[in-house]
Structures are given as structure tokens and as C-alpha cells.
Design a protein around this ligand. Structure first.
Ligand code: CAO
Length: 436
């Protein structure tokens, strides 16, 4: 059986390229096209395929050597059919010289071209793979990663010059499988590959106890995280003068109580918000799943964030546009009681268009609520306070309520955002406008 010397084939304009991988060992059996060596220039990585099947009898280069076209790489003892094949097989058409194989492999340095009599430049043309700026990896490593569905942009290369090796891909898979690293895209729920927060053993600093999160916190946490990561949020801060509104509320309070109704500022805000949603339909909307369309809703259901001992829930008050202040107050009392008793059904929480989160009964000056996706906007109410307001000739005590609106910037522009908050503030400062 003939021993055939394999040299560096035509590698285009590249000269003196580094051997970064020797993919075979002496004694290995190879088939036609099996990758033998990987070369890397500053622009591309290239694998040298085997021109025939046979056994590797000698390897003349090692990782780190520099080689050019014609340099001696290794010897293959071609199998019987393979020895014949180069003449017949179409793949062998690229053989540039067909000299008899040397009986002894030359000992020349890989950077020197072997003597013509010893040279069989038989390799097929290589397929250089351009090196992206993102990572360096040989074609065999790329192929390995592709086979296992690993995105190499998420793999840290530990090879020379940060090159990604097969062992790096294996380590990345192992880290995900063992839970030490999140699968790329998993943490983000949208493929953003967020670096994980490292786990810390806090007991090294003092006593700790660990309590599992409640069911509602786990569920709402997932939705909040998805919205936080998927929705480009903008929060517009504003404030409104609710002096007259609150006076009206107080005037109605006793009468309302007689009917078992507790009147709070929230119901007035709900009415003002709905009127503003009618003025600004893109706030009463959702984006289509592909993000290419806006779905405007012609009904006005408002979600109300309710704080319960088990966590945050958002029941929905339906048809707010069709209801008066008393009816809305009744609905609000009913859903908050159901929420706190853990008796809300799925229907109570469906169909919302816009959400209000009111912390006004507790305190705070401003906060940035997270959009309750797929809705596109949410309002946060903070505690109203008496403040001195300049009326042009003197300071007047006025009840000022700070509020914010967070919105999905894909659906709503900034100018529209502030027009919306200004409009809500106007309605709340003069409730008569709601009946115009
Ligand atoms: N400024 C000043 N006072 C306010 C106010 C505001 N913005 N909003 C409510 N108040 C007053 C009410 O008038 C009431 O006082 P009176 O009894 O003297 O009239 C008191 O605060 C308590 O109101 P409330 O909270 O019981 O009622 P509400 O209608 O304002 O709110 C509900 C109902 C269910 C929204 C509320 O109880 C709640 O759960 N809020 C928390 C929501 C939450 O956790 N959001 C955060 C989401 S993000 O994590």
C-alpha cells in the first residue's frame, strides 16, 4: 500500500499561517474529506481535508507551526481503492501534482517546501471561514457547536488569543446543564443573554432563614420580569391639583357611606383615565405579537393593582366608561375584598386595557410602575399632599397628587406620553370636564 504525503494545498493569498489544531493522530483511519489540520490566519480559519481514505502514518507538523502552500503536513497510507481513486474520483480533480508517494517521509521543517520528488500536493481546496469579530473558532469547533445547537457568541474561548476550543463548548454546555449558568436567552425570555447574578452564601456574614416565595409572588414575578425585559419602558412623572376633586369626594362621603360605599380618590382617577384613554387610543391598546401592528381596544377595562398578604394581584374593573362613581366604588371594594381573601377567579383578572397601581393610601412621592404587558401603559398614584402653590399674586394651599405613567415606547412616543399625563391631570383638577 502506498504512503502518500499530504501537503498544504492552495490556500489562496494566505502565507505562513498558523496550525491551530491537529485533528488526527498517527494510526488514525481517515476517510476522504475528513478534516486533518486547522490553519488560522488573521482573517480566516481553514480546515485541510483528507484527499483520500487511509491510515495516518506520520504527522510532520504540530500546533503553533507556521505553514504555507506546499508545506509538508503528514503521510497517509492510502487504502487500496483510495490509492486508485485520485485518478478517477471527481474530488481528486483538484490534485495539483500526482507524484508517486515517497517510501520515507521527509524530515524537513514544515515551513520548508519538501523537494518536488517527494511532494504530492493532493489536498482538496480548503474552505476558509471568515473570522467574525465576535469570536475565533475553527470550522470543526463551529461544526461541533452547530451540531449541538450552541451559539458560540455565548461561549468564552480559553484557547490562545481567546480562541474557542471544543473543550470550551463542552464546558459551556456542562455549566447550563448543571444549572451553574442560564441557557442563553432563558434568563431574558427574549434571547438577551443577561449575565446571571452570582449566588452568595449569606450565612458567612450572619444568620439567615430561607422562605419559599408564595405562589402569587412566583407567578407575578415571572410576568413582571418578562415585561421588564421585553418592554422598552419610559416613565413620565407628573402631578395634579386635586383640591376640588377631594372636596367633592369629602362632600359625597357621608352619603356614600350610608349606602355602604367608601369613596377614595382612586375611582375619580379611573374615570379621568378612561376619558384620557378615549382621547389617546394608543394607550388603550396592545402591540401585536410580531410588534408590527397596534391593536386598539374599544372597551375600557381598568386593572387595579391590589396589595394582598400573598402578593400583588391585578383584578380588572370592567366597562369603567359606562359606570358612575358609586358603582365603580362598589366594584373596587368587591374586587379588593376578593383579592385579599384569595377568591379572585381567572375571569376577574382578564380583559384589562390599562392598569392603575395606587400607593397613595400608603405614602411615597413618585415611583416607576412596570407595564402590565401586553398592555402598553400603567399609572402609578402616590400620596397627595397639601402644598403652597403660587396663584399669580399669593401662595395658596392646594392638594397636589404626584403620579407617573410608564409606557411601552414602541407603541407610544414621548410627546404623546406627556400629553396623556397632562390631560389626565387637567381632568382631575376639574372633574366637570368629564361630562363634556
Ligand atoms: N393620596 C392621598 N390619600 C389617598 C390616596 C392618594 N393618592 N389614595 C388613597 N388615599 C387615602 C384614601 O382616601 C383612604 O383614606 P380615607 O379612609 O381617609 O378616605 C386611605 O388613603 C386608604 O385608601 P385605600 O388604599 O384603602 O383605598 P384606595 O381606593 O386608594 O386603594 C387599593 C384600593 C386596592 C388599590 C389599595 O388598597 C391597594 O391595595 N393599594 C396597593 C397597590 C399596590 O401594591 N401597588 C403596587 C404595585 S407595584 O408593586
Amino acid at each position: 500500500m502506498a504512503i502518500t504525503q499530504v501537503n498544504v494545498p492552495d490556500i489562496g493569498d494566505f502565507d505562513s499561517v498558523e496550525v491551530i489544531e491537529v485533528l488526527v493522530a498517527e494510526g488514525d483511519q481517515v476517510e476522504v474529506d475528513d478534516s486533518l489540520i486547522t490553519l488560522e490566519s488573521d482573517k480566516a480559519t481553514m480546515e485541510i481535508p483528507s484527499p483520500f481514505s487511509g491510515k495516518i502514518t506520520k504527522i510532520a507538523i504540530s500546533v503553533g507551526d507556521s505553514v504555507s502552500e506546499g508545506n509538508y503536513l503528514l503521510d497517509i497510507e492510502a487504502s487500496d481503492e483510495a490509492a486508485e481513486a485520485p485518478k478517477e474520483a471527481p474530488k481528486a480533480e483538484t490534485v495539483s501534482t500526482a507524484m508517486p508517494a515517497p517510501t520515507e517521509a521527509p524530515t524537513s521543517s514544515p515551513t520548508q517546501a519538501p523537494a518536488a520528488a517527494q511532494t504530492v500536493s493532493n489536498a482538496k481546496p480548503v474552505n476558509p471561514q471568515a473570522m467574525g469579530a465576535a469570536f475565533h473558532a475553527s470550522p470543526s469547533v463551529r461544526a461541533f457547536a452547530r451540531k449541538l445547537g450552541v451559539d458560540l457568541t455565548h461561549v468564552e474561548g480559553k484557547g490562545p488569543k481567546g480562541r474557542i476550543q471544543q473543550t470550551d463548548v463542552e464546558a459551556a454546555i456542562k455549566a447550563v446543564m448543571s444549572g451553574q449558568a442560564p441557557a442563553p436567552g432563558q434568563g431574558a425570555m427574549s434571547g438577551s443573554g443577561i449575565p446571571p447574578i452570582p449566588g452568595i452564601d449569606f450565612s458567612q456574614f450572619g444568620d439567615t432563614t430561607t422562605e419559599e416565595l408564595g405562589r402569587i409572588k412566583k407567578i407575578s414575578g415571572k410576568f413582571l420580569h418578562a415585561s421588564w425585559l421585553n418592554v422598552p419602558h419610559v416613565t413620565q412623572f407628573d402631578e395634579c391639583d386635586i383640591t376640588e376633586m377631594d372636596q367633592f369626594r369629602k362632600d359625597q362621603k357621608a352619603a356614600a357611606e350610608k349606602q355602604g360605599i367608601k369613596l377614595t380618590p382612586l375611582v375619580f382617577v379611573m374615570k379621568a383615565v378612561v376619558k384620557a384613554l378615549q382621547d389617546f387610543p394608543s394607550f388603550n391598546a396592545s402591540l401585536s405579537e410580531d410588534g408590527q401592528s397596534i391593536i386598539k381596544k374599544h372597551y375600557y377595562n381598568i386593572g387595579i393593582a391590589v396589595d394582598t398578604p400573598n402578593g400583588l394581584v391585578v383584578p380588572v374593573v370592567k366597562d369603567v366608561d359606562k359606570k358612575g362613581i358609586y358603582e365603580l366604588s362598589r366594584d373596587l371594594m368587591e374586587i379588593s375584598a376578593k383579592a385579599r381573601d384569595g377568591k379572585l377567579g381567572p375571569k376577574d383578572m382578564q380583559g384589562g386595557c390599562f392598569t392603575i397601581s395606587s400607593l397613595g393610601g400608603i405614602g411615597g412621592t413618585q415611583f416607576t410602575p412596570i407595564v402590565n404587558a401586553p398592555e402598553v401603559a400603567i399609572m402609578g398614584l402616590s400620596k397627595a399632599k397639601m402644598q403652597p402653590v403660587w396663584n399669580g399674586s399669593e401662595f395658596e394651599p392646594r392638594l397636589i397628587m404626584p403620579f407617573s405613567v410608564s409606557y411601552d415606547h414602541r407603541a407610544i412616543d414621548g410627546a404623546e406620553g406627556v400629553r396623556f399625563t397632562t390631560t389626565v391631570a387637567n381632568y382631575l383638577s376639574d372633574l366637570r370636564q368629564l361630562i363634556l
